[in-house]
Design a binder for this molecule. Structure first.
Ligand code: ATP
Length: 298
């Protein structure tokens, strides 16, 4: 089952095209990272899904059905740090949040335990560290035990300890079977906590899929020559290559990120009497992709 399916979503704010035809699908149980630099359209996308904004065109489904408020009631959200009352404690604040959400009144102790705020639950919100405030915000999103959670930049503004705490919590929720959709501008964060990723650049989806497939740091060079057997035995011990394999119609060499040199490889083959008619770097590392992506932002 797909938790969320987005089809050709467009959004413009007057002349500004914030989303230019986005399509992707979030499988059940995924931690789905929407990765992109500031202004790439992440918040706009989440806003549409949560009915805070209206799409200009395109559609999306929740739980394989056209989205209604009944579906949205099953989703816990953290869009920005909610305005908790500074002079009230965690339990009092969550009581108010549960009343507003109309769910989770009986759930307050459970969610406070989940986010490790049990011990400080009777302290005033004003005495909390930023990390604790963020954990309380996540606790609020967990009221009523929704199966799906949507977090916009959940670690924004936190110190390293707060970041680590929040990431651990996301992993814990994943292990408990929740589906989590989170926007982030941090490659490192997505790499650490997400199972899937969609990369946005200026309202366009660059790529999406399983993190293990997309966050490939190796570089693969495809080569071909008239005599493939000769080419294969020649490249078998090519210096610097981690792996040499036949993937018809090419002999492929795998290099660690940033170490493949097409020029050196071409020279090497030519010096050994083999002329390549195909030579191509097939996959760049995501770091490179992401670097290019952020460099392009004006
Ligand atoms: P950030 O991390 O900075 O919030 P983002 O990836 O979430 O970035 P959005 O906030 O969705 O991106 O913005 C996408 C584009 O739409 C940007 O160019 C932004 O300036 C523009 N935009 C967003 N909201 C509005 C609005 N209400 N009116 C006009 N333009 C807007």
């Amino acid at each position: 089952m797909a938790i969320l399916t987005v089809e050709n979503l467009h959004k413009h704010y007057g002349p500004i095209q914030a989303l230019k035809g986005i399509s992707f699908s979030v499988p059940k149980g995924a931690v789905y990272g929407i990765l992109g630099p500031n202004g790439s359209g992440k918040t706009t996308l989440l806003g549409i899904i949560l009915n805070v904004l209206k799409a200009s065109s395109g559609s999306f489904k929740l739980f394989d059905e056209p989205a209604t408020h009944v579906h949205r009631q099953q989703i816990g959200t953290l869009l920005e740090t909610p305005n908790f009352y500074h002079y009230l404690n965690a339990v009092q604040n969550l009581n108010i949040a549960a009343a507003i959400k109309q769910r989770g009144k009986a759930d307050i102790d459970r969610v406070l335990e989940l986010v490790n705020l049990e011990e400080r639950k009777l302290s005033k919100f004003s005495t909390y560290s930023l990390g604790m405030k963020q954990r309380l915000a996540i606790a609020s999103s967990l009221l009523g035990d929704p199966d799906v959670l949507i977090f916009d930049e959940p670690t924004n503004g936190l110190d390293p300890v707060g970041i680590a705490e929040t990431r651990e919590l996301i992993k814990k929720l994943h292990k408990a079977g929740k589906t989590i959709i989170m926007a982030s501008h941090l490659l490192d964060e997505v790499e650490k906590v997400c199972t899937h990723v969609a990369i946005l650049q200026k309202g366009t989806l660059l790529t999406d899929g399983h993190v293990d497939e997309i966050l490939i740091t190796d570089e693969i060079v495809e080569t071909a020559a008239a005599n493939m057997q000769q080419l294969q035995s020649l490249l078998q011990h090519y210096p610097g290559a981690k792996k040499v394999s036949v993937n018809a119609p090419y002999v492929e060499l795998t290099f660690a990120a940033g170490t493949a040199s097409l020029e050196a490889l071409n020279q090497y083959c030519f010096a050994q009497g083999v002329t390549l008619y195909h030579l191509r770097l097939r996959k760049k590392s995501l770091e490179t992709k992401f670097f290019e992506l952020t460099q392009n932002i004006k």
